[in-house]
Design a protein around this ligand. Structure first.
Ligand code: ADP
Ligand code: MG
Length: 351
């Protein structure tokens, strides 16, 4: 566990970047620091590996005050990933990843073999290993940055806006893979972002920073959406926090109707294998605009219902075959029942 106790950072020019931070960062989980620019997220992050020293207060890792530890040893246990990857431009991708293990005594050959494994792990074709960073896309560079931080197998990873420099589509896939990777690795991760959506998606715990380096709230993402501590947090999580909260609700217990149900005069057209082709509307076939599976969330299903020309979202099985429909009215009623259960207005098992 990493603990901040009354930690303040005042820069030499008098700027208070972090003001009396008290925070517990649990092991084997992702803690996200989120908030607008300039509110002390990066400073707080960099105080953990002593790239910035606190002006007052104490930071402990597993009970040890970090100022009592050897800085080199401290940093060996902490991986660091920054925006735009921060790769060595004159080294190949493989050597970027292998650098730290080689510095700490692993043979070059062993370090390179392991680097290739890590590239595969972060979803990069190991063939890209012989390229230079400039010959990769932004998303690929970011993956190399993650592989490099993982190379020393540190128990703690600090990540400063690791996915901010790439476009929305790449960001989404990096986030998904990052979560998958973390499921296997179970690192203690502190990730900084200014994007509340990213914070809610990635965080097991979210720390919201406000102007002046003040901590506004620390909570699990669903709690943050359901019960913002003050106006600042409420505004940050936004007007559509109800909709976003649906991303914590599983779609698995949504009741579906048979796929041959006619919806407002439209019927689902299927191919020979039973996969959806579109909505048959008279002579025209309109796109389904996507499908969902049992492992999706209510947010995904709701989005599909909104997008669908029939106002119905098509569920598919693992082979992509349509196995059910949900219409907007049924979905709305399902969500309504869940709200009632949450509010405690109906007994258990009624929904
Ligand atoms: P964030 O990561 O949330 O954008 P930072 O921790 O980078 O915030 O910065 C917090 C505040 O400290 C800002 O007002 C910033 O201008 C200031 N600051 C950051 N680094 C320095 C520095 N080296 N010297 C003086 N002020 C700094
Ligand atoms: Mg920053």
């Amino acid at each position: 566990m990493i603990e901040f106790d009354g930690v303040t950072k005042v820069y030499p020019d008098g700027t208070t970047a972090v003001d009396g931070l008290d925070l517990r960062i649990p092991d084997n989980a992702i803690t996200v620091f989120v908030g607008p620019s300039g509110c002390g997220k990066t400073t707080s992050l960099r105080m953990i590996n002593r790239m910035v020293d606190a002006t007052s207060g104490t930071i402990r890792i597993d009970g040890d005050d970090i100022t009592s530890l050897d800085v080199v040893k401290l940093r060996r246990g902490i991986g660091y990933v920054i925006q735009a990857a921060g790769l060595f431009r004159h080294r190949t991708v493989i050597d970027n990843v292998a650098t730290v293990p080689v510095l700490s005594g692993t043979s070059r050959r062993e370090a390179r073999d392991r680097a290739r494994e890590l590239l595969d792990r972060v979803g990069l074709d190991p063939h890209l290993g012989d390229r230079y960073p400039a010959q990769l896309s932004g998303g690929q560079q970011q993956r190399v940055g993650v592989a490099r931080a993982l190379a020393a197998d540190p128990p703690v990873m600090l990540m400063d806006e690791p996915f901010s420099a790439v476009d929305a589509v790449v960001r989404h896939s990096l986030q998904q893979e990052f979560l998958r990777l973390q499921q296997d690795l179970g690192k203690t991760i502190v990730l900084v972002t200014h994007d509340i959506d990213e914070a809610i998606k990635l965080g097991d715990q979210v720390a919201v920073f406000a102007e002046g380096g003040r901590l506004a709230q620390v909570a699990a993402p669903d709690e943050l959406l359901a019960a913002p501590a003050d106006d600042f947090v409420a505004q940050l999580v936004g007007r559509d926090r109800g909709f976003r909260g649906l991303s914590f609700e599983p779609a698995s217990d949504v009741e579906v109707e048979p796929v041959d149900t006619s919806v407002d005069g439209m019927t689902l057209e299927l191919d020979g294998a039973g996969r959806p082709l579109g909505w048959k509307n008279g002579p025209a076939t309109l796109p389904t605009e996507g499908t969902w599976t049992e492992s999706d969330t209510l947010r995904t299903v709701t989005d599909l219902v909104i997008l669908s020309p029939a106002g119905a979202a098509v569920r598919v099985d693992d082979d992509g075959r349509a196995d059910g429909l949900v219409r907007h009215r049924v979905l709305a009623e399902h969500i309504r029942q869940r709200q009632l259960v949450r509010a405690g207005d109906v007994g258990r098992g009624d929904a």
